[in-house]
Design a protein around this ligand. Structure first.
Ligand SMILES: [Zn+2]
Length: 90
């Protein structure tokens, strides 16, 4: 379900499904990336803690179910379903 409000702030992505704003930090979101590249790195124990100054530079809606986040390190492969973001923020 698409949130009613999606606001990118300096440190967080604010999401509101109508029951109060939820916030996820850019660092938290970069760490939660589930693209094949990040998943493989995690499986091989090469998962890295993102730099604390990592920032989301673009938020691209993908239909009604997900959003693509582009990060300041150039990483743009992460697809984040709204349902996953809601769980992550809960
Ligand atoms: Zn990734």
């Amino acid at each position: 379900m698409t949130p009613q409000q999606v606001v990118l702030t300096a440190q967080t992505l604010l999401l509101d499904w109508g029951d109060g704003p939820l916030r996820l930090t850019h660092v938290q979101l970069r760490a939660a990336c589930r693209c094949s590249q990040c998943e493989a790195a995690r499986r091989q124990g090469r998962g890295q803690t993102p730099a604390q100054d990592i920032r989301i530079t673009r938020v691209e809606p993908l239909g009604h179910y997900a959003v693509q986040l582009v990060f300041s390190d150039g990483h743009d492969r992460g697809i984040y379903p709204w349902s996953m973001l809601r769980q992550l923020a809960a």
